[in-house]
Design a protein around this ligand. Structure first.
Ligand code: ATP
Length: 269
């Protein structure tokens, strides 16, 4: 069984154009893209390119999408794993999974590794119930030692995502590890408008649809919810026997998306 979800070069490629808004996050990641495209470009002149970036923000705000787009911009492979996969594994299994993933990544250098929900393994050691689990600590230690163990010829950028940076073990945040933090917040109305434009790109909209009005109305929605909104609106249009999406479809879809997210996230604030 392969150690991580893997996306080959070129296939299902996502680029910065698919990520709406997030201008400053993209700017912060351009050096990493440059180094992946042309390994040694920065290091040759003695500039240290950060090899780890922590994407911090609430669920559904596009952290995974952004990490994928870094790989896609440089057209290099992307390897993804989630911290939650390590929960309840037998001792040693998580660490060997991590080792396998880094080994495969090194063989495919230059490339990107993405660890979603890093807080599931990266919580402060010794701070959990009953002193924390051995399994989790071993997995975390393996991640730390892998990040320290790259050869200069290996260009592997490691990105991780969390919505709980406050619980992370300080060792993860040291220089040379996840020392660059990029905030990925819920979008403003302008961000929402950009996201709506991306997700209606291939959908027929009636000339009467005012996307700006839709964007202004969807206060608090994440990118993932806006994507759902566009899909729901399209479904409603089809169900009404129309071949174009009308404003009313967005209004009705908004109620569904809001109800849906309440059901999925009963404890969200
Ligand atoms: P989680 O923390 O729940 O894993 P996430 O922050 O990684 O969430 P993604 O999985 O990247 O969020 O986002 C889910 C989907 O929402 C994306 O695949 C994309 O279609 C859409 N989306 C989110 N943000 C944006 C954005 N800024 N531009 C375009 N699409 C977006």
């Amino acid at each position: 069984r392969s150690p991580a979800k893997r996306y080959e070069k070129g296939k299902g490629r996502v680029t910065f154009d698919d990520v709406a808004g997030m201008g400053s996050a993209k700017r912060e990641l351009t050096e990493m893209v440059g180094e992946l495209k042309n390994p040694g470009k920065f290091t040759r002149i003695g500039a240290a390119v950060p090899k780890g970036a922590l994407l911090v923000g609430p669920p559904g705000t596009g952290k995974t999408l952004l990490a994928k787009a870094v790989a896609g911009e440089a057209n290099v492979p992307f390897f993804a794993i989630s911290g939650s996969e390590f929960i309840q594994m037998f001792v040693g299994v998580g660490a060997s999974r991590v080792r396998d993933m880094f080994r495969t990544a090194k063989e495919h250098s230059p490339c990107v590794i993405f660890i979603d929900e890093i807080d599931a393994v990266g919580r402060m050691r010794g701070a959990g119930y009953g002193g924390g689990s051995d399994e989790r600590e071993q997995t975390l230690n393996q991640i730390l030692s892998e990040m320290d163990g790259f050869q200069p010829t290996e260009t592997v950028i490691v990105m991780a995502a969390t919505n709980r940076p406050d619980v992370l073990d300080a060792a993860l945040l040291r220089p040379g590890r996840f020392d660059r933090h990029i905030t990925v917040d819920r979008p403003t109305w302008k961000g929402r408008l950009e996201i709506l434009k991306v997700h209606t790109r291939n959908k027929p909209l009636s000339d009467l649809v005012d996307l700006e009005r839709v964007a202004r109305g969807m206060v608090g929605m994440s990118g993932a919810e806006l994507k759902n909104l566009c899909n729901e609106a399209a479904l409603l249009a089809v169900r009404s026997g129309r071949n174009k999406i009308e404003q009313v479809d967005f209004d009705r879809a908004a109620d569904r998306v809001r109800l849906g997210s309440q059901r999925e996230e009963p404890f969200s604030h």
